[in-house]
Write a protein that binds this ligand. Structure first.
Ligand SMILES: Cc1ncc(COP(=O)(O)O)c(C=O)c1O
Length: 394
């Protein structure tokens, strides 16, 4: 299984960082490889995942949605039911615990939609660690509720004011800060991005989504699902649910944000429209202009609006093991409304992209075809933006 010893997934991945971080990454790799095998670490993590976060999350058969679409059977993996409202807590608990075991007193994180920031601030409070979260000014505006939650949890939220004031800029700030404070600070990266060992480590902490899905689906149906669909920002919820199925005949579909359309300049469809390049310490598919300058990404959802993608996804796309499609802002909004009305579940705008893709394809598939959607998070955090998009007066 990938990555190789250099942290490469095919030609993607690796470590492209300043000299000062090379040592820190080598050390992190060694520590992670040690604690990954440590029974006490694994026991403590498993206990926090069950007793604190509420795992396993249910695998729910969406009967009314299935009936309404009249095609494939649709299941939802309910990551929205995790403590703090999204899959991000799985990884934050893993890395937070690693910070504690390795003697670090403070953690930093970057965040887009705020879910990873909230998850990190939560874990820092739980483990008694100091916490600073970097967040783009534009995302601070879009995700006011999550900013308040992080502050209540005791974290400092530092606005990133460069570039498009979004996740890419918050990540730049976090890396800059880490370079200066690497001795006493653990950087909790929120997706399967960044230099090795982060894409591997975050995938490993998120694979619990796919491991549970596999067991739950087998118990319900006595076989594996035909297809798994997940939204892709950096790609952690998708990689987490895909990974345990990589060797199986299961179709894997990642859904990128097409924003206002992939033929406009306002989208975040990295695999569909990007080229290989280096961003945040990793070689991956990247939205860039003809001179290699990173292009701004856009999506209705703050968690998908990132110009790069995890290197393992770039590799899965290259080898054809997974397919990547895209959904526009408008389609995602309609997906959110449909799931709310038909199933009584309001998904995060990110997850609504995966729902919207399934709304498109399910009706023409046979009734013995099963699709699992990774419902990565709940929509509470997005209500303010959704009210704005739907023109609701406050
Ligand atoms: C609910 C939710 N889903 C998905 C994402 C996208 O991240 P990833 O692609 O790493 O799962 C985010 C990011 O903030 C999120 O909050």
């Amino acid at each position: 299984m990938l990555p190789d010893e250099k942290g490469r997934f095919g030609k993607y991945g690796g470590k492209f960082v300043p000299e000062t971080l090379m040592n820190a990454l080598d050390q992190l790799e060694q520590e992670y490889c040690h604690y990954r095998q440590d029974p006490q670490f694994q026991r403590e993590l498993a206990r926090m995942l069950t007793e604190y976060s509420g795992r396993p999350t249910p695998l729910y058969f969406a009967e009314r949605l299935t009936k309404q679409l009249g095609g494939a059977k649709i299941y939802l993996k309910r990551e929205d039911l995790n403590h703090t409202g999204a899959h991000k807590i799985n990884n934050a608990l893993g890395q937070g615990l690693l910070a504690k075991y390795t003697g670090k007193k403070r953690v930093i994180a970057e965040t887009g939609a705020g879910q990873h920031g909230v998850a990190t601030a939560t874990v820092a409070a739980l483990l008694g660690l100091e916490c600073t979260v970097f967040m783009g000014e534009e995302d601070i505006r879009r995700q006011e509720l999550n900013v308040f939650r992080m502050k209540l949890l005791g974290a400092e939220v530092v606005p990133a004011t460069s570039g498009t004031h979004t996740l890419k800029d918050a990540t730049n700030e976090a890396i800059r800060h880490w370079v200066e404070h690497v001795e006493d600070t653990f950087y909790i990266i929120g997706s399967v991005v960044g230099p090795h060992p982060y894409p591997m480590m975050v995938r490993d902490f998120q694979r619990i989504i796919g491991d549970e899905t596999r067991e739950q689906f087998l118990a319900k149906e006595g076989r594996l699902p035909d297809e798994i669909v997940a939204c892709v920002g950096g790609g952690s919820n998708a990689m987490g649910i895909f990974y345990p199925f990589l060797e199986d005949p299961v179709k894997l579909t990642g859904v990128e944000a097409a924003g206002e359309g992939i033929d406009t300049e306002r989208h975040a469809a990295t695999i569909s429209k990007g080229r290989p390049g280096v961003i945040h310490g990793s070689l991956t598919m990247l939205l860039q202009d003809e001179y290699g300058q990173v292009l701004p990404a856009h999506s209705i959802s703050a968690g998908l609006d990132y110009p790069g993608i995890g290197p393992e996804h770039a590799h899965l796309a290259d080898t054809g093991r997974a397919q990547y499609v895209s959904i526009t802002d408008r389609e995602a909004l309609a997906g959110l409304q449909t799931l709310a009305r038909v199933e009584g579940i309001i998904p995060a705008l990110e997850s609504a992209h995966a729902v919207a893709h399934v709304l498109k394809v399910a009706p023409s598939l046979p009734s013995d075809y099963s699709i699992v959607i990774c419902l990565s998070g709940r929509g509470d955090k997005d209500m303010q933006s959704v009210m704005g998009y739907l023109g609701v007066e406050r």
